[in-house]
Design a protein around this ligand. Structure first.
Ligand SMILES: O=c1ccn([C@H]2C[C@H](O)[C@@H](COP(=O)(O)O)O2)c(=O)[nH]1
Length: 161
């Protein structure tokens, strides 16, 4: 994965959003953390992994992948706010349930919010990618879906989302 390319694309999008809504980084930081938590919850909702009361299966992979890359957007964006970049690490697929991995990523997001170090940023992104792998996506799929959604986000800003 070419992470530098993704950070550069995210930077362009974030700048466009901040400029068109006349916002500063500081003013939106708390909202951005909440946005990330909401995206993680929307993702969980599409997987339906926690719906022990229901027989219905998960949404289509394309829907789940789009939700997943919404979260990637916000994690990249937080990296830009703190001037951190995720360094590619080898990630082993672990056998924990999806529910466990959702709890783990939520913990790591709060850990980073409370103590925004470079190490905690790395751990947060790693936990998120691990979740993506567990959901069945590979790097190439995540990369392509990020590019597609980034374009959608640019269009939305141009057409008054
Ligand atoms: O500063 C921002 C604000 C939003 N988004 C992107 C991330 C998600 O892909 C999308 C969220 O859009 P909703 O569909 O949840 O409105 O916007 C950014 O990349 N940067």
């Amino acid at each position: 994965m070419n992470w530098d390319e993704l950070y550069d694309l995210q930077k362009e999008l974030d700048e466009k959003i901040r400029e068109s809504h006349s916002l500063t980084r500081d003013a939106i930081l708390e909202d951005k953390f909440l946005a990330l938590l909401v995206e993680v919850s929307e993702l969980a909702n599409e997987t339906r992994c926690f719906k022990f009361w229901s027989q219905k299966g998960p949404s289509d992979d394309s829907v789940i992948l789009e939700e997943f890359v919404d979260g990637i957007h916000f994690i990249l964006s937080l990296g830009l706010d703190f001037n951190y970049r995720y360094k590619q690490e080898s990630i082993k697929k672990i056998n924990d349930s999806q529910t466990k991995l959702f709890h783990l990523i939520i913990e790591k997001i709060y850990q980073f919010k409370q103590n925004p170090t470079k190490e905690n940023y790395q751990v947060m992104m790693k936990a998120y990618i691990q979740l993506g792998y567990q959901l069945g996506f590979n790097e190439q799929e995540i990369y392509n879906a990020y590019l597609d959604k980034n374009k959608v986000n640019h269009n939305r800003q141009e057409f008054g989302y």
